[in-house]
Design a binder for this molecule. Sequence first.
Ligand code: PBG
Length: 310
Amino acid sequence: MLRPADLIAPLFVVDGKGAPEEIRSMPGVFRLNITDLVKECRALARLGVPAVALFPKLDARLKDPEGTRALDEDTLVLRAVRAVKKALPGLTVITDVALDPYTSHGHDGVLTPAGDDVANDRTVGILREMAVLQARAGVDFVAPSDMMDGRVGAIRGALDAAGFTDTGILAYSAKYNSAYYGPFRDAVGSAQAAGTRLLSKATYQMNPANRREALREAALDAAEGADLLMVKPAGAYLDIIRDLRESTDLPLAAYQVSGEYAQLQAAAEKGWLDLRSARDESLLAIRRAGADVILTYFAEAYARDYASRA
Ligand code: PBG
């Protein structure tokens, strides 16, 4: 049984006052300005969806190799958090702690001098500051999503030192280097910024062939102070969800990512699958595998159908 209360809705936010922009590869998903974002959050809360994860889409002109805007106190996502928390203090708000929306090369961190890999420790230093800014803006959970080594402990230390002991950490513990993130990179513009759709994050995201590595990463994140662990993508990694469910007492999240959403939408558009039943089955499978909560772009549609069934 999957209730709207078990879902988290990922939402994309843009600057300005423009109309919602539909994401080409994600029919039914829009980039929203802050006013519309607050309305959307209100609708989700009414439908019983208790949490949202916010992702900013920055104008390409605001990006640079260092991801400077991530540390700007008035950066888009922080303004969005403040607006949502002001209107809906009871809604759980989660933000990504990673540099990809801010870097001109689209990577999750700053690069080494040779430019061929992410500089792990320098990136972690930036993530600590980002997390504190997000906590100050009012988020309930920060979600380090980049798989840099040592980031959870470093962020926990920075949050505690700044007095944000109650701000939780949702750790992307097992984040695979997946082809299923393609549509998301359209949504936040990190693919275009890098000038290629085939941006490789293979040096920091996990190899899809590895199973035990997920257990190791999860154990490290738990030891470093994570409050919730996450597996991503979800549908192609149900075994990993089950493995983690059996190896940790922490609550477990799974992220049904953009490509999982896109493939169901595309098949349904062609009339090859029944969207609603394939959607529900895909979510139920993730739940059955052991996820306590699911991030899904279907959150609102699922909650609407749930309400009309009840
Ligand atoms: C990046 C991030 C990604 C997603 C969430 N945070 C993409 C990536 O790693 O390139 C993907 C989510 C999705 O595909 O829905 N920090």
